[in-house]
Design a protein around this ligand. Structure first.
Ligand SMILES: Nc1ncnc2c1ncn2[C@@H]1O[C@H](COP(=O)(O)OP(=O)(O)OP(=O)(O)O)[C@@H](O)[C@H]1O
Length: 674
């Protein structure tokens, strides 16, 4: 049975602007909530929060899509959805009791008078207004009026409470008290509620989930954050919880990014698409993470290869893979260096996001990662996978030991999990696998927040040199020649700017060629070490890149003929299918029954072929052999479902249809409408 209580099913709302032209305020907003959940909607002013709430309440109608409450489409206002506004809207000539009574007597007129009076009194008591029950609105404070508004809404027992900035007009002290009161009522009575707020702390205090909206026009849900803080909540305990500032950071970062996008859009208006000859757009912003393997981007910039192919590129140093992914989703970035699973993750809407189709036209690097464990572990006798298992089995701590990796869709995550599983250690059960931005790995290891991590260079060498960690395995011990970084762009962008896309692939492919010979690498180390890129001494960059490799053998590869089945820089169907199975294996996404179509749409091999042809690079087609991993296991891409079912600890149950607009087999309004 479905646990969906309320479904905002792909809702769009088009208004007319003051010139009479259509204005798409919100587009394709999709969200589901469970009964008893408290959800906040947060976003910058004018993004469309009230539009969503008005459509939910039935005061406004969606131009497309609809609202389904307990399996029925709702189109009109009704007592099952009570709206509480900022300006309490009480009738001045009625007392507190009469204001509440008016609603109760109207909606519950079938109940005996005595019962109705009991309900009225119960709700007056609930919001702590017994002493003011017979006062008129002019005789009570703003906070008290707002409590009357809440009591009036709760008294008629709506299925869901809709709150439009309910405390926005109150002073800080009253606001704080009322938040606590509402939090207590919602906790005790398991109220389902949707609340609009501009206040991050208010959202975190009250909500089970925070829905963050992007800027309009065409505003969407950009991110949904689960607030996994314990209930019942008390303000002090909540803000002192170890996870509070991480959650707060997520919301604040999202809002900051939206602010930046607004500024960028204003800038872009005066800096519209610049085109030259057949190149539709010459001015590009490309996202990357300051790791050694961003080398092709740095080389293309420093050696003038972007310019050679008619591009004027700004390289945007991103702080995390998550920020970079958002940059692509929101259109702030034209293109980006991506961990190999990221194009699929964005395309599938992994992490509860709206799917945004992305294509990859180039594999930029292979290998280059290692698993580092803390020196403290080594001192207790851990030196390989088997002794790590012994250590984990004997762990008496209240919390699972944690290992870091850089993004859920990264090869670091998949390879780390594969390696652990191959040694009988079950990720998520025996150890936690958590996301940490690469530059923060070493400090987290030193602070004992994690017992180790899987990351690229220079962060393994750095831990070894600082004597805080040792390398227990490199990726050569897991999958020699695995794809590591790829180029990703939005599919829509690729269709809009095909010549720009081709020029970009040519510039990067030529840069990758330059990165490959070891004799070029010392020169590249100096480029990378500059403040605008890695901002790190060459001493730390050289060992993981130019050799001699101090950390076992970490052969980072950049140019063709280096992977076991010879596709080189061409995006590979087999590799992406392996990644897709890992995403499903670890419960990150459903496995699409139409996986062949999903992968076909993901790979822009035609662009790669054209670029290779123009650069006189021979293209080797992918064979149909199974991928061989170092632990002796193989992956047969011809039957991914069988392969997935046989993987140890697989969370896969059954394939689900994926639709590039609606996501994974989302229920259609049509089936629930009456
Ligand atoms: N009836 C309408 N006619 C035309 N445009 C409208 C109408 N209602 C809303 N809009 C526009 O739709 C967009 C979203 O408005 P909405 O009030 O939903 O935003 P909001 O996020 O609630 O803003 P705030 O936080 O400032 O209250 C805005 O650009 C607004 O100007």
């Amino acid at each position: 049975m479905s646990t969906t209580f309320l479904e905002i099913d792909h809702v769009s709302r088009v208004f007319k602007n003051d010139k009479g032209l259509p204005f798409v305020a919100i587009k394709d907003v999709y969200f589901e909530m469970k009964e008893g959940e408290f959800v906040s909607i947060i976003g910058h002013s004018g993004c469309g929060k009230s539009t969503v709430l008005n459509i939910l309440s039935g005061l406004d109608r969606a131009s497309e899509g609809g609202i389904v409450l307990e399996g029925r489409e709702v189109r009109e206002p009704g007592p099952d959805r009570m709206l509480v506004f900022q300006n309490h809207s009480l009738l001045p000539w009625l007392t507190v009791r009469q204001n509440i009574g008016l609603a109760v007597n109207r909606v519950m007129r079938q109940l005996p008078k005595q019962e109705r009076n009991r309900i009225i009194q119960e709700n007056i008591d609930l919001v702590g207004l017994s002493h003011a029950a017979d006062k008129y609105p002019r005789e009570i404070s703003g906070g008290m009026k707002q409590r009357v508004g809440i009591a009036r809404a709760l008294a008629i027992k709506p299925k869901i409470l809709l709150l439009d900035e309910p405390f926005g007009a109150l002073d800080a002290l009253t606001r704080g008290r009322l938040q606590e009161k509402l939090m207590q009522i919602c906790d005790e009575h398991k109220i389902s509620a949707v609340m609009i707020t501009h206040d991050v702390d208010e959202a975190l205090l009250l909500s089970d989930r925070v829905v963050m909206m992007t800027n309009g026009p065409e505003a969407k849900i950009g991110q949904v954050l689960t607030v996994d803080l314990p209930h019942p909540r008390k303000r002090l305990e909540t803000v002192n919880h170890p996870n509070y500032y991480r959650l707060r950071g997520e919301v604040v970062n999202f809002l900051d990014r939206q602010k930046q996008i607004k500024l960028d859009r204003l800038k872009m208006k005066s800096n519209a698409v610049i085109s030259m000859g057949s190149i539709e757009k010459t001015n590009l912003t490309i996202g990357y993470i300051p790791l050694t393997d961003c080398a092709p981007f740095v080389v293309a910039q420093e050696k003038g290869l972007f310019a050679k192919y008619g591009l004027d590129v700004t390289l945007s140093k991103e702080t995390s893979w998550n920020d970079l992914a958002e940059g692509i989703r929101e259109g702030r970035l034209d293109a980006a260096q991506m961990v190999t699973g990221l194009p699929l993750a964005i395309t599938l809407g992994m992490g509860n996001k709206i799917p945004v189709p992305v294509v990859t036209s180039l594999t930029l690097s292979r290998n280059g990662n290692a698993i580092t464990l803390s020196k403290k572990l080594q001192e207790t006798g851990v030196h390989d996978l088997a002794s790590l298992k012994t250590y984990i089995d004997s762990c008496q701590d209240a919390y699972n030991p944690a290992l870091g990796m850089v993004h859920h869709a990264s090869m670091h995550n998949f390879m780390l999990r594969h390696w652990l599983a191959s040694g009988g250690i079950q990720p998520d059960q025996d150890v936690d696998v958590i996301v940490i931005p690469p530059p923060q790995m070493v400090s987290n290891l030193m602070a004992n927040n994690i017992i180790g991590y899987c990351v690229g260079e220079p962060w393994n060498v750095r831990a070894v040199d600082s004597n805080v960690g040792f390398v227990v395995a490199t990726d050569l011990d897991i999958w020699r020649g695995h794809p590591e970084k790829v180029l990703g762009v939005r599919k829509e962008w690729a269709e809009q700017y095909p010549h720009t896309h081709l020029a970009l692939v040519k510039a990067l492919l030529e840069a990758a060629q330059f990165c490959e010979p070891l004799e070029n690498r010392d020169e590249i180390v100096l480029m990378l070490s500059q403040p605008q890129y890695l901002n790190l001494s060459p001493v730390y960059i050289r060992p993981g890149f130019a050799g001699p490799y101090r950390v076992n053998t970490m052969e980072a590869k950049y140019y063709k003929d280096f992977c076991q089945f010879g596709v080189g820089n061409m995006p590979s169907r087999k590799e992406q299918l392996w990644i897709l199975t890992q995403m499903a294996r670890w419960g990150l996404v459903n496995f699409p029954e139409n996986h062949a179509e999903v992968i076909y749409n993901l790979l822009a091999t035609d662009v790669y072929h054209q670029a290779a042809k123009e650069l006189n690079i021979e293209v080797t087609e992918e064979d149909r052999e199974a991928i061989a991993l170092a632990d002796g296991s193989t992956f047969d891409a011809n039957d991914p479902i069988a392969a997935l079912s046989a993987m140890p600890y697989s969370q896969f149950t059954e394939p689900v249809h994926f639709d590039s607009v609606k996501g994974f087999a989302s229920k259609k309004v049509a089936t629930a409408r009456h």
